[in-house]
Structure formats: structure tokens, C-alpha cells
Design a protein around this ligand. Structure first.
Ligand SMILES: [Zn+2]
Length: 450
């Protein structure tokens, strides 16, 4: 397939903006990028998709998300409002995840997948929890991922908060799913080893996880120092900070993705850098939970690969980029903090580097050999758009609502705003039908906890 007559923003190591540009796709990857005239001359008989002057970009990558949280939208939480991060977990997330059954897991994932296709997010790294339906939960999500045509890395969050059986079941689900991928060999699916966070995973469980992950050659996907409470717990219980604890227990490493890192100190930053551990930043979530502002510039300056995730917020990564651009200026009282090109570097190059842990073919750029994960946007810049000013065009102009066409691995998932793989209306109707049941179980759990 050719995509012709687009304003092609390639990103990648040699970023270009080609005003009447085109791409040639063979199978799941891009084979040529150039002007429409050149590419059409080279591939005269190939089927063509006319971009009609739209902006053509690589699909967005979300480095950290939670499909399981979708039914929180519109949910009323009984009792006094949560006063801090730990109370938010106790009053909302640790009740909502327990309220999910198989159907809840399925539709929670499906509504997120629809949202991602619509807003041009083509690769997602998910962190799943459903303590009352653990065994097989990652397969249920995978089934819908494959149906949607998106690219997703899954894991199950191991935690001790649901007792030893819950922890064991979580470990088993990570192992089972990772091993099942070897036989399935589906290019859209990948696996990581999920851990909740230091303050809910004891040493015994952590040791078992590290042993299993080592055997499988896997890295971890884990929340690190999201709130001060995580650090206080680690110091009190283990006599060391979260970063030191995780390094000494074999959690950190170049295949590990640590979400947040809001409260890491200089020593932990040095440890993350030395172990080449990846970090994902979720500014909308951090603001919403009032946990503080992650030291993103210091992490980047230390040479750490810091990407951008949404922590379950909307799958419109352009919104996350805008939030990242704004929060650091406000927090630092300095308009020079976290420039537009730094934000774009996190969202594209760094997220692509994180994704490369799970998918060998390059993502996050339009170049020969890269995966054909492409979005078309109905965005018509009224000032010259160049590779140099693209980050600011994105931050001040481009939004996920501009996305009209979403392509993953050469397959068109949405064309001219029509979803082709998922039935959006049917998914939303069914989700609205089961949401009251999920909410009723949530209220029940809240009532029993008092
Ligand atoms: Zn998270």
C-alpha cells in the first residue's frame, strides 16, 4: 500500500517534513519514504491511500497504562474524599480492580483499545490487575488486543495486598502468559513481568518474582517511588530507599520499566542510570494524585531513557505531551523547564527505545524498515511546519481529535474516522450495560471494608 499526498513528518534520527510526501508499505513495515512523485514512480501498480494533504506521523506509543481502570469514569466513591495517594489506592483502585470479573476485564480493555485507535495511540504498555479474576486475565485482554489490531505489551501486577495466594496467582499469570507468547508468536503481543510497587511486595514474593523473571529472561514493569509513602515504607521496613531495595533484589536492569520515579534522590538516579533501567513519566496522573513532580530533567541529564505514559488517563498522548510541557514550567517557576523538543524526544525517541525492548522492528518513526504504525491527522498548519518546530506545533496545535486514520503493522484499523476492527457503538453499549454491575460490586466491597 502507498500513502500519498500527505505532509509526512518522519521523526526518527533524521527527521524530515515532506510537504507532498508519500510512504510505501510492504507487509507490516515501511519500505520507502519520499515525495509523492518519487514513491508513485517507484511503485506504479500499488494500491494507494490518498492522505489529501493531511499530516502523516508515526503512531503514538504509551509507555505505561492501566486498561483495568476504565470503569472509574463516572464512578461515585462513597465516604470522605481521599486525602492522599494511599487513600486514593484504598478507596478507588484497590476496590475497582477487585470488582472486575472476566467480562469486566474484557470491556475495560476494549473501551481503552477503541479510545487508543481513535486518538492515534498504536502501541501501549499495560499494567493489569483483577485480583478476583487473575488466571487467564492476560489472555482475555490479549484476545481483544489481537481483534483490535493494536500493539500491546501486557503484565500482571504481583502484590502481597491480596494475601499469599493472590501473590502466587499473580506470579503464575505472568509466567503462563509470557510462555504462551512463545507458542503464539503474534507480532502484536508482548509481555513484561508485572510488580505493583515496593510498599505492597514483600521480600519473599520479590525473590520469587526475580527468580522467575531471570529464568524467562524478562524485565519488570513496576511503579517506583510514585509517592513519598513508598519511600517511607521502604526505609522503615527494609532500611533502604526503593531504588536501593529494587537494585539489591535484582528488579532493576535494562529490560525493566519503572513508572513514575517522582521521589527518587540523586543516589537512586545514579542507580537507575547505571543499571540502564527505563523510566516512564505520567504528568496528568501525578497532578491528579497530587504526588509531586517527577525530576524528569535530572533523570534525562543522568542519561536515563525517560518516556511518556498515561497511567490510565485518556489514550490521547498529545494531551500527555501538553501536560508534560506545562507541569515542569509551573513546578520550577521557570519557563525554560522541559522544552518542547525534550517532550517530543520523550514521546517519540524514548518511547520507541522502551518499545524496542518488546518489538524488534523500529517504532515511533517513519523510515524504511520501521513498522508501518502510522496515523493521519486532519491538521493543516497555518505557519510553516518544519522538523525543528514540530514539537511546538504538536504542543500548541495538534491533538488526538485530529486523527482520522490509524494503521498498525500495515493494517488499517480506522479510516476516515470509521473504526474497522472494533464496533465502537457496540463496545460502548455493552460497557454501559455491565458498568452498573462493576459499580455495584465496588460499592459492596467498600461497604464490607467500612
Ligand atoms: Zn500506574
Amino acid at each position: 500500500m502507498l500513502i500519498i499526498h500527505g505532509r509526512v513528518a518522519t521523526l526518527g534520527s533524521n527527521p524530515q517534513v515532506i510537504d507532498d510526501g508519500a510512504l510505501a508499505i510492504e507487509g507490516d513495515h515501511i519500505v520507502a519514504v519520499g515525495t509523492s512523485a518519487d514513491v508513485m514512480a517507484r511503485y506504479p501498480d500499488t494500491e494507494r491511500l490518498d492522505a489529501r494533504g493531511q499530516l502523516v506521523m508515526p503512531g503514538n506509543i504509551c509507555a505505561h497504562t492501566h486498561f483495568y481502570g476504565a470503569f472509574a469514569r463516572g464512578l461515585s466513591i462513597p465516604g470522605e474524599p481521599a486525602r492522599n495517594f494511599v487513600e486514593i489506592l484504598q478507596k478507588l483502585w484497590w476496590r475497582l480492580d477487585r470488582a472486575l470479573d472476566e467480562e469486566g476485564v474484557r470491556y475495560s480493555a476494549l473501551v481503552c483499545l477503541v479510545d487508543a485507535i481513535r486518538h492515534g495511540t498504536t502501541t501501549l504498555i499495560d499494567h493489569h490487575a483483577s485480583p478476583n479474576f487473575i488466571d487467564g486475565s492476560l489472555d482475555v485482554i490479549a484476545e481483544e488486543v489481537v481483534r483490535s489490531g493494536l500493539r500491546v505489551c501486557e503484565c500482571y501486577e504481583v502484590t502481597d495486598r491480596n494475601g499469599p495466594d493472590g501473590a502466587q496467582a499473580g506470579i503464575a499469570e505472568n509466567v503462563r502468559f509470557a510462555q504462551s507468547l512463545h507458542t503464539q508468536n503474534n507480532p502484536l503481543l508482548a509481555a513484561s513481568f508485572g510488580l505493583h510497587a515496593s510498599f505492597t511486595v514483600g521480600d519473599e514474593t520479590l525473590e520469587r518474582c526475580a527468580a522467575e523473571a531471570r529464568t524467562l529472561g524478562m524485565g519488570f514493569h513496576v511503579h517506583v517511588a510514585e509517592d513519598v509513602a513508598d519511600q517511607a515504607n521502604a526505609v522503615r521496613k527494609y532500611g533502604m530507599r526503593v531504588g536501593e531495595r529494587f537494585e539489591s533484589r535484582g528488579v532493576l536492569g535494562e529490560r525493566t520499566l519503572s513508572a513514575h520515579c517522582v521521589h527518587v534522590d540523586d543516589g537512586e538516579i545514579a542507580t537507575l542510570a547505571r543499571t540502564r533501567t527505563k523510566v516512564s513519566h505520567q504528568p496528568r496522573s501525578n497532578m491528579n494524585n497530587a504526588v509531586g513532580t517527577a525530576p524528569v530533567q535530572r533523570l534525562l541529564d543522568a542519561g536515563i531513557c525517560v518516556g511518556l505514559g498515561n497511567d490510565g488517563f485518556s489514550n490521547n498522548l498529545f494531551s500527555e505531551m501538553k501536560a508534560a510541557y506545562l507541569i515542569h514550567k509551573s513546578a520550577a517557576g521557570d519557563p525554560r523547564a522541559l522544552s518542547g523538543d525534550t517532550v517530543a524526544g520523550m514521546a517519540f525517541a524514548n518511547n520507541a527505545q522502551i518499545a524496542s525492548l518488546f518489538w524488534p522492528r523500529p517504532l515511533g518513526e517513519l523510515s524504511p524498515g520501521a513498522s508501518a504504525d502510522i496515523i493521519l491527522l486532519d491538521y493543516h498548519p497555518y505557519t510553516p511546519l518544519t522538523p525543528g518546530n514540530l514539537p511546538w506545533q504538536i504542543i500548541f496545535g495538534v491533538d488526538g481529535s485530529h486523527v482520522t486514520t490509524t494503521i498498525v503493522g500495515g493494517k488499517v484499523l480506522m479510516r476516515d474516522r470509521q473504526l474497522l476492527t472494533l464496533d465502537e457503538e457496540a463496545v460502548a453499549a455493552k460497557a454501559r450495560e455491565i458498568a452498573p454491575d462493576v459499580w455495584a460490586r465496588f460499592e459492596d466491597i467498600a461497604l464490607h471494608e467500612g
